[in-house]
Design a protein around this ligand. Structure first.
Ligand code: 5GP
Ligand code: MG
Length: 232
């Protein structure tokens, strides 16, 4: 995002009080230090989006279906829903609340995995940061939550590590599946949407750690993104 994205603007407070009140306000102002009121003009991140691929409402509907499906399939278990940070935090949050009914409950945890060497290109190596007690994983059924699966390297690495640590089952649930660049044979078990081969942001997905809060998934204006293969 541009450094000039947030422009501080100083406003003078305009009073609508009558004469008597104005003089009272003035005399009080003499006794106390004047307070500068600073407001920011909101930077409109929506303006950076070139096109929306998956609208907020469409995501909501799909998650409701996925949630019910997972709830039914795990009805006799207490799964661990394991979100891969940071990208899956929005998806994970919405999906666990869509998993109804959930008679045996579920537990929730997160781990950190990163594979992107640059902002838009996978490095081919997956770095895992796990802060989970391995005893908690042993014999458990895990639903691994991803924002997007591209090469498949991240999920295959995490899945392997969990199975080696004693997980009983590990299934992968991803919001988006972009399967043009697969290098791993692992396929997600649950997919929100098939995604075209574009660099997408929003609904948890970032570009240089921005745009995660967009309620939809979209593609940024080409002039804002440094993607060598997409550069004209
Ligand atoms: P994989 O290991 O499957 O190649 O990469 C998966 C990870 O790459 C995702 O968790 C995500 O962090 C990142 N990624 C892949 N494609 C995109 C994309 O289009 N947009 C964003 N923001 N991240 C992506
Ligand atoms: Mg990710």
């Amino acid at each position: 995002m541009k450094a000039s994205a947030t422009m501080p603007v100083t406003h003078r407070r305009v009073s609508s009080v009558g004469k008597t009140q104005v003089s009272r306000v003035r005399s009080r102002a003499v006794q106390t230090a004047p307070v500068a009121t600073t407001t920011s003009v909101a930077y409109d991140i929506h303006g950076d989006v070139d096109k929306i691929l998956f609208e907020e409402e469409k995501i909501k509907q799909r998650i409701s279906v996925l949630g019910k499906q997972l709830a039914a399939e795990y009805a006799d278990k207490t799964p661990i829903v394991l979100g891969i940070l940071k990208g899956s935090f929005v998806f994970t949050s919405d999906l666990v609340r869509a998993m109804v009914p959930c008679p045996k409950g579920l537990t929730l945890n997160f781990l950190r995995a990163s594979s992107y060497g640059s902002a838009t290109k996978s490095s081919g190596h997956v770095k895992l940061t796990v802060d989970i007690n391995l005893d908690d994983i042993k014999g458990r059924n895990i639903i691994l939550m991803e924002d997007i699966v591209e090469t498949g390297l991240t999920i295959s690495t995490v899945k392997k590590a969990l199975l080696v640590s004693g997980a009983k089952t590990v299934k992968v649930c991803t919001l988006l599946n972009k399967n043009n660049n697969r290098v791993s044979r692992y396929e997600p078990d649950y997919v929100g949407f098939e995604c075209p081969d574009e660099f997408v942001v929003g609904y948890g997905l970032d570009y240089e750690d921005q745009y995660r809060s967009l309620p939809y998934v979209g593609v940024l204006k080409p002039s804002l993104v440094n993607i060598p293969e997409f550069a004209s």
